[in-house]
Design a protein around this ligand. Structure first.
Ligand code: FE2
Length: 400
């Protein structure tokens, strides 16, 4: 089945969303194996002289920081390297990075890493343009002033942070991940080189791939989806389901890595415009509490969220089922949605994700608080099923 006919199905199934004006934002995208030297030219085009190269110790150990720093210097730039980050970036780490940006008089922010690094780069840029503390900017469009140019270089295939208007920072006092959302956070240029993906450990390939899958699925069914986002979202879902396991079988399979890099890009373009849903709203709370890999949590939650949403209305999942070859034309949407959930659970298990949240450290006693916080997350607003705290608590219990 072609992407066009699947998108047509999605449009037909939810025609009520088509009678409105939509917009689609995206950065400049440079894509392909061997693309990394383009980052230096990107900084030059943006008027930079002293870029802050935001990264983390793992990327440095893999050798990529030396490569990129040398490429920046070869173009006459004066990169300032800052790698004081842990996974799931914290508010105080962002403050420390901003001090370096300010004290060293940087003018562009380059994020070289996965979602944590790129979110930190956006947060540092937000402080550089707006002052204050990063906690001041929780919510939608709270940063009113322009921020420095952002260049992103993703080293994982999943986050979508290199094209998105999202920035997720852990509030270390409250122990939650807060969502900062706004057009100013869409990077100026993303340089996507699938060669950077080969140094990911298997667990990270799996987790980030499942994150991309969750972005695609949630973008398809989002209340804010539209024909411009459906195309990217459905293509991403199919690519991850077809390809993720290949990157674990052979980490150096560049064809598979390139497909996954494009899947992450497609999913990112989809979700930054269509926004997300309950799986992310819930995942942010678990990740804030336990500092676990975001994509792993999504991999556990997504099948349960699909079943929950489909009880209310299974039709949004029909185009996904058809694009994955899971549903014959006459199959009821309720059956098709369950097949999508089952297929995703099967994929998550095969790439080594835990089978439940309890295995990851979530306790029954945590559920009420997690459910309450999930309802307050910005991603819940576009979930296709309106929800109560007790309903989301039930989904957490099912996923335990
Ligand atoms: Fe995500």
């Amino acid at each position: 089945m072609s992407v066009e006919s699947v998108v047509g199905d999605a449009a037909a199934a939810r025609a009520s969303t088509l009678n409105r004006v939509v917009k689609f934002h995206a950065p400049e995208i440079v894509f392909g194996p061997g693309a990394t030297p383009e980052a230096a030219h990107a900084v030059l085009r943006l008027g930079g002289v002293r870029p802050l190269l935001v990264t983390d110790p793992g990327i440095a150990a893999a050798g990529w920081v030396d490569v990129v720093a040398a490429e920046l210097a070869d173009c006459g730039l004066e990169p300032i390297i800052w790698d004081g980050l842990t996974p799931n970036p914290k508010d105080h780490e962002v403050a420390a990075g901003f001090e370096v940006y300010r004290d060293r008089e940087c003018d562009v922010v380059v994020g070289l890493g996965g979602g944590s690094v790129m979110d930190a780069a956006k947060a540092i840029g937000t402080l550089a343009g707006n002052g204050g503390e990063i906690l001041d900017f929780e919510g939608v469009d709270q940063a009113s002033r322009p921020i420095p140019p952002l260049v992103m270089m993703p080293t994982t295939a999943g986050t979508g942070a290199d094209v998105s208007q999202f920035c997720i920072i852990t509030d270390s006092q409250r122990g939650i991940k807060m969502t900062i959302l706004g057009r100013s956070l869409v990077p100026d240029i993303t340089v996507i080189d699938p060669k950077l993906l080969v140094t990911m450990p298997d667990w990270l390939s799996a987790a980030t791939g499942l994150d991309a899958l969750t972005h695609g699925v949630e973008a398809v069914v989002s209340l804010a989806h539209n024909p411009l986002t459906d195309h990217h979202a459905l293509r991403a879902v199919r690519a991850v389901v077809d390809t993720l396991e290949r990157t674990l079988d052979d980490p150096n399979d560049m064809a598979a890595r390139t497909v996954m890099a494009q899947a992450a890009l497609d999913a990112g373009l989809a979700f930054t415009n269509a926004i997300l849903g309950a799986a992310h709203a819930m995942s942010h709370q678990v990740g804030g509490m336990l500092d676990l890999p975001h994509g792993q949590i999504n991999g556990v939650l997504l099948p349960h969220v699909i079943r929950y949403n489909a009880e209310y209305d299974p039709h949004p999942y029909l185009p996904i089922a058809r694009s994955l070859g899971l549903a014959e034309p006459s199959m009821p949407a309720s059956e098709a949605a369950v097949l999508v959930a089952d297929r995703i659970a099967q994929l998550a298990a095969s790439v080594g994700v835990p089978t439940g949240l309890a295995e990851m450290g979530v306790r029954v006693d945590d559920i009420d608080r997690l459910a309450k916080q999930s309802l307050e997350d910005a991603c819940m607003a576009t979930n296709p099923r309106p929800s109560t705290v007790s309903e989301i608590a039930d989904v957490f219990r099912a996923a335990l």
